[in-house]
Design a protein around this ligand. Structure first.
Ligand code: NAG
Ligand code: NAG
Ligand code: NAG
Ligand code: NAG
Ligand code: NAG
Ligand code: NAG
Ligand code: NAG
Ligand code: NAG
Ligand code: NAG
Ligand code: NAG
Ligand code: NAG
Ligand code: NAG
Length: 586
């Protein structure tokens, strides 16, 4: 022991005399097979990065001199580290700090400054969100989940079952931070997306500690429906820009043991501590947290029923089976705030409790009372005297903004079109219900419903708008009717148009382009029954990203279902503005 220590000391002294503090630490993320490792080439000299943590198998780090002209990372043969297997195709600028950021092999940037969307409305007064580094715009962190491979395989082969896999570890590596968590829980998430090649997941970090920047529950969204990889990113940014209390969203790269799963959307899930993070600045003390519900029209419907009769099914039928709604009509979903009588069990079948209140348990009386109140309002004529009555029951601006949001972003699977994907929060302080939206994969040009209606300029024809219990009553109040129209117009004029969205789309394109290309090369763990059934004769992975942004979908079976993102933005804003300018034909 003593001898070893003495030698180490000697070496340190000797080298520091020679290379006087000119070494820095290089750190880079890369998944390598066991026969290969990573090195850094500094001014044409190769230095293997010898430290690879057992827990953080993806993270390679080591010392090497500061570069004078530049450096790049290389894959080395582990047995003979002088042999370069491959190297980065670009040179990185010298770093003079003590260490590099946590870089990513093959990506020339660590962080990017992206054009942001403007904030066009103040956040609703109820919002008091914690400051958190969870979603840093312009960074793509890496999440590595490690643990029993057979449990992970089992979860993947039972993708229709709600199998929670616990006792997994997780490492989160962003350019500036590394965090590890033990015993996280992972499960496949979603409904119809379970029939896609790339699966979505939900993830939970156990209680205790600060979680990941104050959050513990997350969604890993596969974007498996989305040729643009941006629809949810933009929709969440729009929801934030108009001041709705929605989740927030960013991108991550995901690995499980030795398997890369690809690029995912990463969002905070509506479970504790989400309500206090969103409505109470993260404080638990003195916050009387109300119950949090989501509409759940699919409860009682087993997603595994979906693929059984898929052999000859059409997209329209899938839409029905997955409660996405028949083409021309609104879906019979009962999770649309209709009054279901005074039996609370009926409500528990249409809404699910995401979180109980801080005292007692969520018992659906608030939902029932709300539905009853709505049903008692006139759906033909009312007057502005009803305004204060509504204000006592609901956070009116949250509902009005939410409805306009659904229309302007062409949501096929939200309250109006489908009685789905919205949250109701019981604001105990004001004793009224707050509304917001979630899960935007079927929106912004990806549609199940009749494209003419869902993208059309006459927004009063938007599926469900005149018929749903809530909107049919709100529209009977002249002031509300006027305000919804104004919101639809304002959101279009100030946000959802080429002038505002294209610069963000172009920035995102540069930002995710390389990761999407990587994502598309990866073996998938799910099945393709949904797309096969739709008659698509290509897989989404064969279609390049630019096509999802700018292209024209060639296959008519898919064209109705998904148009390119920029085509949609142009169509949506042109149609709506023409309608408002009185130049629309419909
Ligand atoms: C600098 O790094 C190189 C390569 O890892 C190593 O051989 C050398 O001893 C280091 N010098 C110092 C001063 O630590
Ligand atoms: C490492 O093994 C893989 C196959 O698993 C092989 O393709 C690769 O060439 C090997 N690398 C080296 C440096 O031998
Ligand atoms: C981003 O912008 C900020 C402020 O303008 C600047 O300080 C920073 O260096 C920029 N970062 C990158 C990666 O361009
Ligand atoms: C998780 O990490 C802990 C601490 O490093 C380790 O003891 C444990 O074996 C790991 N569990 C798994 C499933 O890898
Ligand atoms: C891991 O988490 C699961 C579920 O969250 C729990 O049942 C189990 O006791 C935990 N195990 C350990 C070792 O903490
Ligand atoms: C699909 O169509 C074929 C031939 O048209 C028919 O034999 C088969 O029963 C159908 N399958 C289903 C599940 O409807
Ligand atoms: C309440 O509704 C549930 C579900 O439909 C039903 O099973 C139960 O019998 C109902 N209770 C009463 C008192 O009607
Ligand atoms: C439901 O909970 C509320 C408090 O949130 C309570 O006033 C009410 O009595 C409860 N109703 C039932 C049926 O348990
Ligand atoms: C309006 O209310 C009447 C009576 O409650 C009902 O018959 C009718 O279907 C409702 N219309 C709409 C569009 O909801
Ligand atoms: C729409 O924008 C105008 C400003 O152009 C503003 O005066 C009006 O209050 C906005 N309408 C709503 C409902 O926010
Ligand atoms: C897919 O089908 C469309 C017509 O539905 C056809 O135009 C196209 O060439 C087909 N593509 C492939 C790769 O077979
Ligand atoms: C918009 O649609 C509504 C409902 O179908 C209809 O009454 C109205 O005339 C339409 N407006 C225009 C300008 O076509």
């Amino acid at each position: 022991m003593q001898v070893t220590a003495a030698i180490t000391l000697l070496v340190v002294t000797a080298t520091s005399a020679v290379a006087a503090a000119s070494n820095i630490t290089y750190t880079v993320v890369s998944l390598q097979p066991s026969n290969q490792t990573i090195g850094v080439i500094v001014d044409n000299q190769v230095y293997p990065l010898s430290s690879v943590s057992d827990n953080w198998q993806l993270l390679h780090s080591g010392e090497a001199p500061v570069a004078t002209s530049g450096y790049k990372y290389a894959v080395l043969d582990k047995l003979n580290t002088a042999t370069i297997v491959e190297q980065e195709s670009f040179t990185r600028k010298p770093v003079t700090d003590d260490s590099t950021l946590n870089e990513y092999y093959g990506r020339s940037w660590n962080t990017m400054n992206l054009t942001q969307l403007p904030t066009i409305m103040d956040p609703l007064p109820i919002i008091d969100r914690i400051k958190s580094n969870l979603h840093i715009d312009g960074e793509i962190p890496t999440i590595h989940i490690t643990g029993s491979q057979s449990s992970i395989d089992n979860m993947h082969s039972n993708n229709y079952a709600d199998l929670d896999v616990s006792d997994l570890n997780m490492t989160y590596i962003s350019p500036h931070d590394i965090k590890t968590f033990e015993n996280i829980t992972l499960a496949v998430a979603g409904f119809s997306s379970r029939s896609l090649p790339k699966l979505s997941y939900k993830l939970k970090i156990p209680k205790g500690g600060d979680g990941l920047y104050g959050y513990r529950r997350f969604k890993l969204r596969s974007m498996g429906f989305d040729l643009s990889y941006m629809r949810e990113e933009l929709a969440y940014a729009i929801a934030e820009s108009i001041g709705l209390p929605s989740a927030r969203y960013s991108y991550v790269r995901l690995f499980m043991n030795n398997q890369p799963l690809g690029l995912f959307g990463f969002s905070d899930n509506f479970k504790n501590p989400w309500p206090r993070n969103t409505f109470a600045g993260g404080k638990k003390k003195n916050f009387d947290q109300g119950a949090l519900y989501t509409a759940s029209p699919n409860s009682g419907v087993n997603a595994s029923e979906l693929p059984k009769d898929l052999a000859n099914i059409t997209l329209d039928q899938i839409a029905r089976a997955s409660r996405l709604g028949p083409q021309d009509n609104i879906d019979p979903s009962k999770s649309d705030l209709r009054y279901l009588g005074n039996n609370l069990t009926e409500y528990s079948m249409q809404y699910s409790v995401r979180e109980d209140p801080s005292s007692g348990t969520a018992n659906y009386t608030r939902i029932m009372d709300l539905c009853k109140f709505i049903s008692e309002q006139s759906n033909t004529t009312s007057d502005d005297s009803a305004i204060s009555l509504w204000g006592e029951r609901i956070d009116v601006p949250s509902f009005l903004r939410g409805m306009a949001f659904e229309i302007v972003t062409s949501q096929s699977d939200a309250y109006l079109a489908n009685g789905n994907n919205y949250i109701l929060y019981d604001d105990l302080e004001n004793e009224r219900i707050v509304y917001s939206n979630q899960d935007f994969d079927i929106s912004m040009g990806t549609a199940i419903l009749n494209p003419e209606l869902i993208h059309g300029g006459n927004y009063t024809k938007f599926p469900g708008f005149l018929e749903r219990p809530l909107t049919s009553r709100l529209l009977a109040v002249p002031q509300f009717k006027k305000e919804i129209g104004e919101l639809v117009y304002n959101f279009t004029r100030d946000l959802v148009n080429p002038g505002i969205l294209f610069p963000r789309i172009d920035a995102l394109y540069t930002f995710i382009e390389q990761d999407v290309a990587w994502d598309k090369t990866l073996p998938r763990v799910g099945n393709s029954s949904l797309l096969d059934a739709a008659g698509a004769n290509f897989t989404f992975d064969e279609v390049p990203l630019w096509f999802g942004i700018n292209g024209t979908v060639p296959d008519p079976a898919v064209a109705n279902f998904s148009m390119s993102l920029k085509n949609w933005v142009e169509l949506r804003s042109t149609n709506l503005l023409n309608f408002f300018n009185g130049t629309a034909s419909n």
